[in-house]
Design a protein around this ligand. Structure first.
Ligand code: UT7
Length: 325
């Protein structure tokens, strides 16, 4: 039994913030942002539009392409670091919006690697034949934890959602491997210090802007390239494959320079590497499924295509998923 992706979908909010919009609010320039990150625009959710709303829209499209009803779902796993509320889970909220009454629903927290962590859980349940139809969603409203006065971070992040429906099907195609990693020693490279149980929301938290992302960008950058290269090589070795066997690399969209540096180290031509960060920015757990859905819609993925997903993020976490489509 293998977990096969039978449907994908994605959704981004309507509002767009361009680099020239940011030039009006912080001391930055379109040239700096484009050269250092490759980002030109990012989508931003409307007030009241949470991760569940974005995720449910992506999920509805994924279910339609899979030709399944919400009632067919056995399990819903949502990867997000920007849940609508501390509890209930965003997965339960999406279950409610979809009306997926028979499903079990829970969230996974692994920041930008979250979608791959969630895929791995789905894969295990499907292989064990505990569940057959599984919805995996990566959804984020990063704008809710973005400090719009901090030029080092506000230029990077965007909102969006991507979803995949997996089904247990006998045969050779489907998820071939998952490899997950964490290094909690480096938790302080990217984090939101306030607003949780350690420093609940208070006047001090708000005044000191502790409810927003803090990031040590250049250290994260270097580690990201190293971890993405290692993750890709680990997946190839575990499956007895070489770089040339991979038709499409879908890396987490954190920075165009990180993606290019990783591709260079792996000796992969950029034609086989997906890069859509220019339009969306870094959408954390949504970035890989957004890119995956785009590739499916552009017909770049067909039966038998080897797709390698690689991601890294806060935690630190990093991961790979290899799929034979
Ligand atoms: O999803 C995972 C999460 N995050 C990441 O993967 C982020 C990884 N890191 C990065 O993408 C990059 O480190 C950044 C894009 C965040 C920053 O690029 P950098 O090339 O590492 O720049 P830097 O932090 O070393 O800063 C260089 C200069 C500094 O000025 P000084 O000290 O040299 O005078 C910054 O203050 O650029 C300045 N700077 C800016 N200038 C114009 C920082 N942000 C901006 C900005 N506009 N928006």
């Amino acid at each position: 039994m293998r977990a096969r992706v039978v449907g994908t979908g994605s959704y981004v909010p309507r509002s767009v913030i361009t680099n020239s919009d940011l030039e009006q609010t912080v001391n930055t320039s379109d040239q700096w942002i484009t050269e250092r990150t490759g980002i030109r625009s990012r989508y931003i959710a409307s007030p009241g539009e949470g991760s569940s709303a974005l995720g449910a829209k992506a999920a509805t499209i994924a279910l339609a392409t899979a030709r399944l009803d919400p009632a067919d779902l056995d399990l819903i796993i949502v990867a997000t670091c920007t849940p609508d509320m501390p509890f209930p889970s965003t997965a339960c909220l999406i279950q409610s919006i979809l009306g997926a009454k028979a499903a079990v629903a829970f969230d996974v927290s692994a920041a930008c690697s979250g979608f791959l962590f969630a895929l791995s859980i789905a894969d295990h349940y499907i292989r064990l034949e505990t569940y057959r139809n599984v919805l995996v969603v990566g959804t984020e409203v990063m704008s809710s934890v973005t400090d719009w006065t901090d030029r080092a971070t506000c230029i990077i992040f965007g909102d969006g959602a991507g979803a995949a429906v997996l089904q247990g099907i006998k045969g050779e195609n489907g998820i071939l491997s998952n490899h997950l990693h964490s290094n909690g020693q480096r938790w302080d490279l990217i984090y939101v210090p306030g607003g949780g149980s350690q420093q609940p929301l208070s006047e001090t938290v708000l005044n000191e802007r502790l409810n927003f992302i803090k990031m040590r960008g250049s250290t994260t950058f270097k580690l990201a390239v190293k971890m993405m290269e290692e993750a890709a090589r680990e997946a190839l070795a575990a499956n007895n494959l070489t770089i040339d066997d991979i038709d499409l690399f879908i890396p987490h969209q954190a920075n165009a320079r990180i993606i290019k540096a990783t591709a260079e180290r792996l000796h992969v031509p950029m034609e086989r590497v997906v890069m859509n960060i220019g339009q969306y920015g870094n959408t954390s757990a949504a970035s890989v499924p957004l890119a995956l859905d785009e590739m499916v819609r552009e017909n770049r993925i067909k039966s038998g295509t080897h797709v390698l997903l690689i991601a890294f993020g806060s935690g630190l976490t990093w991961a790979s998923t290899l799929i034979r489509w």
